[in-house]
Design a protein around this ligand. Sequence first.
Ligand SMILES: NC(=O)c1ccc[n+]([C@@H]2O[C@H](COP(=O)([O-])OP(=O)(O)OC[C@H]3O[C@@H](n4cnc5c(N)ncnc54)[C@H](OP(=O)(O)O)[C@@H]3O)[C@@H](O)[C@H]2O)c1
Length: 296
Amino acid sequence: MRQTPSLAAQRTPVSVLGLGAMGRQLARCLLAAGHPTTVWNRTPAKADALIAQGALRARTVADAVAASPLVIVCVLDCEAVHQILGPDGAALSGKALVNLTSDTPERNRQTARWAAEHGIAYLSGAMLVPPTLLGRPEATILYSGSHRAHTEHEITLKGLGGRAPYLGADAGTATAYEVALLSLYYAGLAGMVHAFALAGGEGIPAEDLTPHLDAILGHFPSVAASMARDIDTGQYSGDADVLAIHTSGLAHIIKASQGHGINTDVLRAVKGLVDRAIAAGYGDAEFASVIEKMRE
Ligand SMILES: NC(=O)c1ccc[n+]([C@@H]2O[C@H](COP(=O)([O-])OP(=O)(O)OC[C@H]3O[C@@H](n4cnc5c(N)ncnc54)[C@H](OP(=O)(O)O)[C@@H]3O)[C@@H](O)[C@H]2O)c1
């Protein structure tokens, strides 16, 4: 009688190099999905808990590479990727290498060129989630680079994050989306901290302000859609609001902040941009027009 193969036997073996907060969670997701999972980390002790959960320990990078047709690397930056994998390029030949390490688009393209020289199917991934959300159906990881690697391993990759779109053959593209989206994230976080600081200066606890944040954040999707249209066409209509109003609003916020001794570096940078755009003739245009000065 034919035996039904075990779940692990049906799943692609995967090696994970780099067991920081993200790498450990990636390995946990793979183990949970039944993949034979080999792990390696520069500091070996970080693998101990995963070994206890069923992962296989690789003593060397070469052992980790040899263990699986799919190798995932998730470390600090691309320089660390090259330090780790540089000597093992030939051993990776014919395998899929998925680099989930954050860096710049150009450094990813350099890594892709190195991979191409060794016949490696190189896929770059940009994880747009914290470790706690990895593995969820709604978690987004953007991919670009080798289409073959994405197609062959799509099911495995979707186990790491259910939203796993392929953005094209240029390995820098996923990272380009990542740095663009993270620039929104960090500027937004700085704005949020400033909002709490200013409210606190007025004696308003952060938790009292929080229920009202949505009055601002809720507009963002529609603002983004209309801003994107304006930016792509280069037409900043000024139908809704204009820079002349924004500079006045920013001046009030800066003055109120200074009254409480709150740092205004971020807001003054924004106002400076708006004022330079006004000086360049965009006073009657919408906020999106500051991109003309930002590009300088
Ligand atoms: N944490 C997040 O929320 C998040 C979200 C999205 C993307 N990311 C990106 O995911 C990547 C990993 O982040 P993480 O949070 O897992 O970082 P982490 O917890 O700080 O771990 C860093 C990992 O990189 C390894 N490493 C650093 N330099 C190395 C080198 N020269 N040679 C070998 N290994 C080296 C570390 O090894 P040791 O253990 O030996 O130090 C560790 O495994 C980063 O590119 C990060 O930007 C993180």
